[in-house]
Design a protein around this ligand. Structure first.
Ligand code: SF4
Length: 483
């Protein structure tokens, strides 16, 4: 029922077997999406937008653009710069509207075939699509669609929406899309491109963020507002939960989907995923992260000489902790910024690699000091254990770990890669047992109530990975390779 437009694969085909992930002990982001309509440099601006959103996904990147007739697509495995390092990449994407995607897989393998945007030709015409989020009823929908004759090209949940559109009885493109969205459970921000229009949609729960901006008369949408800053676009507002924005003929209109019982924006966007210089869900991430640190200092005070952070994830919360506690903030750990998210170790057993590749303590700051070490979260506990050990080896007298979120005890089904409870130390260890495991002198987490007090309208946030209270039915046997 649908045909696929030829993929021009970019460079960047590193094999995961020779890499080790130095962030294994952090949650992984989901994806970043970007779209622009009405700009002669649409693809170039999408490239810059994706560059600003690189932290949301490093497995693959892609841009689809239109000149009003065709949709051209380039995508590849790797970082944005490497996928588009070929000087021929941008000229072939010439057009006045474009969408882009950075991927970290929460459904489907790391494979070029799963890179986005996905581009197809169907009864609805030529479409390119990029998705941030996770469809929790993907398995049932895919089984049903396959029984009806659909042939899938990817193992990603994102493709399902295109098949649902192809099976819809509705007449117009927008109605087909809305009809397909009605079948989907889970989280999504979609950006769709056709030769005539750009469509952006955010799920009715509002799990993942999407912002709307404007640049020299061109409309822009992006997962975070830092993607607007890099192209000089002006932030207009957050796309509302359940809002579908249609931009065509240089005008914008909105359609609202039926509302969810509750709005549930991901609190982890503020704690860790989003850049501190972004506006997310209409609020400044930096401000909220400082408040998290301040609340942490009030709830878990500590007798210490200095506050340091685990860079970069703990930086802003550590500043908040320092301000509220009156304990001096110092830069006690230096991060090697030239070590990427993945570290290539050609001749080394990756088990022997440790956090020293990435972080080094400043001995003059640490020596003989009682240290408060602030980070945003603990997942497995293995990295935190190494950091505490590293600080002690450089002469820290005491190490008190403070975490600016509650213990993560439950998997996320809405676009964050926490799929099993066994990955989570807080699931199997008490706070005291975790403290013992990481060899800290003390360990404290922020409470859920204090965390939610740092945002406007805390009752509009999802905190299911801390509380286990999921806002939607969740599948019993969900895992990222299920398709
Ligand atoms: Fe965010 Fe946690 Fe909810 Fe997932 S479960 S959407 S990570 S708050």
């Amino acid at each position: 029922m649908i045909g696929y437009i030829r993929i021009l694969a970019g460079k960047g085909t590193m094999k995961r077997s020779c890499m080790t992930d130095l962030y294994d002990d952090h949650l992984h982001e989901e994806c970043g999406v970007f779209g622009i309509y009405g700009d002669r440099e649409a693809a170039e601006k999408t490239y810059l937008g994706l560059y600003a959103l690189q932290h949301r996904g490093q497995e693959s990147a892609g841009i689809a653009s239109t000149n009003g007739t065709e949709i051209n697509l380039r995508k590849g495995l790797g970082l944005v710069w490497s996928v588009f390092s070929d000087p021929n990449a941008m000229p072939m994407l010439k057009g006045t509207a474009a969408i882009g995607h950075n991927r970290y897989s929460t459904s489907g393998s790391t494979d070029i075939i799963n890179a986005q945007p996905i581009s197809i030709i169907s009864k609805a015409g030529k479409i390119a699509l990029a998705h941030n989020g996770t469809i929790t009823n993907a398995k049932e929908l895919r089984d049903e669609l396959q029984r009806m004759g659909s042939i899938f090209q990817t193992t990603s949940d994102s493709e399902i929406i295109l098949h649902l559109m192809a099976h819809s009885n509705k007449e117009s493109f927008l109605d087909m899309f809305i009809d397909a969205l009605a079948r989907i459970v889970g989280s999504y921000c979609f950006v769709l491109l056709t030769p005539e229009k750009l469509i952006a949609a955010r799920d009715p729960f509002g799990f993942r963020p999407l912002s709307l901006g404007m640049s020299d008369g061109a409309y822009v949408v992006a997962s975070e507002s830092c993607a607007f800053d890099i192209i000089g676009a002006r932030y207009l507002r957050s796309v509302e939960p359940g809002e579908v924005i249609v931009i065509e003929k240089h005008a914008m209109r909105s359609v609202m989907l039926p509302p969810a019982p509750k709005i549930r924006q991901c609190i982890f966007e503020h704690i860790y995923f989003s850049r501190p210089d972004s506006l997310v869900f209409g609020e400044k991430v930096d401000k909220i992260r400082r408040r998290l640190g301040k609340q942490l200092a009030l709830e878990a005070p500590c007798e210490a000489d200095i506050v340091i952070s685990v860079p970069d994830s703990g930086n802003t919360a550590a500043l908040g902790y320092s301000k509220s506690s009156g304990i001096k903030y110092e830069i006690g750990l230096i991060r090697n910024h030239y070590v990427g998210r993945t570290f290539i170790a050609p001749h080394q057993d990756k088990r022997k690699l440790d956090v020293k590749v990435k972080l080094n303590p400043v001995a003059g700051v640490i020596e003989s000091r009682r240290v408060v070490l602030v980070d945003d979260s603990i997942v497995r506990g293995t990295t935190m254990r190494q950091i505490v050990q590293l600080l002690r080896s450089r002469g820290a007298r005491e190490v008190h770990v403070r975490i600016s979120s509650p213990p993560i005890c439950h998997p996320c089904y809405y676009g964050i890669d926490i799929s099993t409870r066994t990955e989570l130390i807080a699931c199997t260890h008490s706070v005291e047992e975790t403290r013992d495991f990481i060899h800290a002198d003390s360990l404290a987490y922020l409470s859920t109530e204090a965390m939610l007090s740092t945002v406007d309208n805390g009752d509009r946030y999802c905190s299911a990975c801390f509380t286990g209270e999921y806002p939607t039915p969740v599948p019993a046997d969900f895992h990222k390779y299920q398709l």
